[in-house]
Design a protein around this ligand. Structure first.
Ligand SMILES: [Zn+2]
Length: 276
């Protein structure tokens, strides 16, 4: 009898969740994909590992953003386990963590861990991690939604993918790191790669399917168009115009703050305003 790994998604209450992490339960171990952001949610993730009654064997990171690595401290606790990501993801996290501290401390207070754990085990593009019957293959995308992104494929048929934030589940998106051109190119690369019945376990919402790459591309292009069309002689008005355009495209509030954080950096990157 072959056993299939079981995928558990967290937080358990999916509706309104800010960010997802996953536990993959194999015959005798647990592998975590990302770690959530807050102390309390990542502590709950840790409790879930313990309730499964199997040791945490490894943590795999899908990219370099703090809503995916900030919970490592609670998740890993005293376990001596590999936290695996491409070297570029590790370097980005180490480089940017002090800046993230200045942004996230006022937003999250004590819910942003005072001591963060960083990934400790680099892996190269295309290499695999095998835990019991589960084999994970990393795709090192380089810059994309974040400065370095690294989806993980579970199994040889490439039908189960932990895609990170390459697709958002019909929520507003973060583009402030300035790699929208690379993100759009990666979307083309990824949508060619996976079978049409692939399931994407994503960072925000989901699960998603390959046709959702079209929505993601359209969101990014709509955002870029709105920033370019706005009248930047009045920056406050321009900001409001972009928000209005994006709320017209996607009339929900979820993760709107991430989209709003992206407006001025992208306007600056496009040369529409003085550098911010
Ligand atoms: Zn995220």
């Amino acid at each position: 009898m072959t056993t299939e790994p079981i995928i558990h998604r967290f937080p358990l209450a999916h509706d309104g969740a800010f960010v997802n992490a996953y536990l993959v339960e194999t015959s005798s171990s647990v592998v975590a994909i990302d770690s959530l952001l807050t102390v309390s949610e990542s502590r709950t993730l840790r409790t879930a590992v313990e309730q499964l009654g199997k040791p945490l064997a490894a943590v795999l990171l899908t990219h370099s953003h703090p809503d995916h690595y900030g919970g490592l401290t609670e998740l890993v606790a005293d376990d001596d386990v590999p936290i695996i990501a491409p070297q570029g993801v590790i370097d980005t996290i180490v480089r940017d963590d002090p800046v993230k501290e200045t942004i996230l401390r006022p937003m999250f207070g004590e819910q942003w861990a005072f001591e963060r754990r960083f990934p400790n085990t680099p892996i190269r593009d295309g290499d695999t991690v095998t835990i019991d019957e589960a084999t994970f293959t990393v795709v090192d995308l380089g810059p994309s939604e974040s400065p370095n992104d690294s989806p993980w494929i579970l199994g040889a048929d490439e039908r189960t993918v932990f895609l990170g934030d390459q697709i958002y589940g019909r929520k507003h998106c973060y583009l402030a790191d300035g790699f929208h051109e690379e993100w759009l190119a990666n979307i083309e690369l990824l949508r060619e790669r996976f079978p049409s019945d692939a399931v994407f376990h994503i960072g925000h919402g989901g699960p998603a399917v390959p046709t959702d790459f079209v929505w993601q591309r359209t969101y990014i292009e709509t955002f870029l168009d709105a920033v370019e069309r706005a009248d930047w002689s009045d920056p406050a008005h321009a900001h409001d115009a972009v928000v209005a355009a994006m709320k017209h495209f996607l009339p929900i509030d979820e993760l709107q703050f991430l989209m709003e954080l992206s407006i001025e950096p992208v306007a600056s990157q496009l040369g529409l305003t003085a550098a911010v």
